[in-house]
Ligand binder design. Structure first.
Ligand code: E4P
Length: 218
């Protein structure tokens, strides 16, 4: 399973990239707004920090403008994945950009039916949002299970399932059990993944016992 981090905060990205755990980055207009920085500067900087795909989202809603925006974003760096919304114009843009060899991440997916269309449009990634479905009382992980199964039925579909809108470590573990390709994770959830109270307790006990030996490794 690949891990992308869902942020436009370059300091957080730098810190996580140094761990070797990071396979890519996703941003969206809300995360860019939160960064308070110039969109193009942020995307170029992120692309220099990670080798993997960096999703940069178009802002237009009509096909012609979306396509031009997509081409401009794709030209920023070799590892940009253009992010388009799951609308008819977004799917048409995806299809066109994919034919030109650009990686496209189709975002704002809330149903397996929508995910089928993204695969047919040649998306490199489909981003089904689990947390936002959970928020309205539906089960986001059911959608992931359906999408993974459907894509497995059609080997011609090359689209990777990129689980988005992740709220907690359980979303990640269940995504892995279901065989999703990628999770895009907020930095705080990525840090939660590593924590376990028994790890902390066990480490404290080992260190105390080691101290009693009076020995040193270095
Ligand atoms: C990912 O590409 C999405 O932009 C992101 O996961 C949305 O998450 P949210 O529902 O927490 O805003």
């Amino acid at each position: 399973m690949k891990f992308f981090v869902d942020t436009a905060d370059t300091e957080e990205i730098r810190e996580l990239a140094d761990t070797g755990l990071l396979d890519g980055v996703t941003t969206n207009p809300s995360l860019i707004a939160k960064s308070g920085r110039d969109f193009f500067d942020v995307i170029k900087e992120i692309c220099s920090l990670v080798d993997g795909p960096v999703s940069a989202e178009v802002a237009a809603t009509d096909y012609d403008t979306m396509l031009e925006e997509g081409k401009k974003l794709a030209g920023l760096a070799d590892n940009v994945a253009v992010k388009v919304p799951l609308t008819m114009a977004g799917l048409k843009t995806c299809s066109q950009l994919a034919k030109q060899g650009t990686q496209v991440n189709v975002t704002l997916c809330f149903s397996a039916a929508q995910a089928i269309l993204a695969a047919k449009a040649g998306a490199a990634y489909i981003s089904p949002f689990v947390g936002r479905l959970d928020d309205i009382g539906q089960d986001g992980m059911n959608m992931i299970s359906d999408v993974v199964q459907i894509y497995a039925n059609y080997p011609a579909f090359q689209t990777e399932v990129l689980v988005a809108s992740i709220r907690n470590p359980t979303h990640i573990v269940n995504s892995a059990l279901m065989g999703a390709d990628v999770c895009t994770v907020p930095p705080q959830v990525l840090k939660q993944l590593v924590s376990h109270p028994l790890t902390d307790k066990g480490l404290a006990a080992f260190l105390a016992d080691w101290e009693k030996t009076g020995q040193k490794i270095l």
